[in-house]
Design a protein around this ligand. Structure first.
Ligand code: C5P
Length: 320
């Protein structure tokens, strides 16, 4: 069994406050994009877990989030099942694209199906949030509002497929560095009318912001130049995703996105992708299997995924 593990961008992100546990309460809009890694799962007759990957710069050992996810599911399966996992990496690490979190989520999901463990979506989410704040999102995908640590999710009606140009700087950004150095003035008061509220009402992404950007640009001013270039090229929205280092431009038409890609490629690495809806993503999740030909018990495992916990976000219309 081989599955896709999509990347995400944050269409908007507002940090509300520092929490007593050292994390931050936030409000963010997660969006799947069509850049993905793939993970192959092969069952083993012994209880061994074997992990490999095609990127030699990544440690494919017990510290890897994929390995830790596999171990969590294995424990819940009674410890007897084994598997060999192989990850083909396309999502660069440390760019705010959620590659590691997505891989961990799809490992929980894939091994739950492969071994017939039978954990529910909320149970998988609970395991996921022990691995990272963004992990639960990847068990839902599409367009979602994330609150609290980013792990309390409200699935939203999807946007149409829109072209997205990703500028991929050659360096990662350490997420804790940015959160540790947040300017208190950049916090959004919880009672302030959110830019996201406006977006949910109008569906116009133009006004969305990422309040982490100010701190990111203080450390990495070159990313501000990329953002300015996107604006010049007519992006409807351009933001750093998460804490970066990737900067994206969301476009309303493909021609403009292609011209922008050509300009960016003269300066560094960039790719053209598009937003992926929840239904499109889950329908194509198994590589080499058409949506109608999914293995018995596997399709229902996907469709049985009801939306997660209710959110207090009044303007967010729940899809299911
Ligand atoms: O949860 P995760 O391990 O992905 O978070 C990485 C780091 O990002 C945390 O150690 C913390 O510094 C910061 N973070 C935060 N508030 C969040 C999410 C992440 O402060 N909601």
């Amino acid at each position: 069994m081989k599955v896709k593990s999509y990347a995400k961008i944050n269409l908007g992100l507002e940090v509300l406050r520092l929490r007593p546990d050292g994390y931050h309460d936030l409000r963010t809009l997660f969006q799947w994009v069509s850049l993905y890694d793939s993970i192959e799962f092969k069952p083993l007759s012994s209880s061994v877990l074997r992990l490999g990957g095609d990127d030699p710069s990544i440690p494919w050992d017990e510290t890897n989030l994929v390995y830790r996810a596999a171990r969590l599911i294995q424990n819940r399966a009674g410890g007897r099942a084994g598997a060999e996992l192989f990850v083909e990496k396309r999502i660069p690490a440390g760019r705010g694209l959620g590659g590691g979190s997505s891989n961990a989520a799809m490992t929980l999901w894939g091994l739950n199906a492969l071994w017939g463990v039978g954990l529910s979506k909320p149970e998988l989410e609970d395991l996921g949030r022990t691995l990272g704040s963004d992990v639960p999102y990847f068990l839902t995908g599409g367009l979602c509002l994330g609150e609290e640590r980013g792990d309390v999710l409200t699935p939203l009606p999807d946007l149409a497929n829109l072209p997205v140009v990703l500028a991929l700087p050659p360096f990662p950004v350490p997420t804790p560095l940015i959160y540790r150095n947040l300017d208190p003035a950049s916090l959004t008061p919880a009672d302030k009318d959110s830019k996201m509220t406006g977006f949910l009402r109008t569906r116009n992404p133009g006004g969305l912001t990422n309040t982490l950007e100010e701190t990111v640009f203080r450390f990495y001013p070159q990313l501000l130049e990329i953002k300015s270039l996107f604006r010049e090229q007519g992006a409807a929205l351009s933001l750093v995703t998460g804490t970066g280092s990737a900067v994206y431009g969301l476009f309303e038409d493909r021609g403009r996105a292609e011209r922008c890609l050509a300009v960016l490629k003269e300066r560094g690495e960039a790719v053209l992708v598009e937003t992926v809806t929840r239904a499109q993503g889950w329908d194509a999740i198994e590589i080499g299997v058409s949506p109608s030909g999914k293995a018995a018990g596997f399709g229902p495992a996907i469709r049985g995924f009801e939306s997660s916990r209710p959110s207090g976000y009044k303007h967010a219309k729940r899809e299911r």
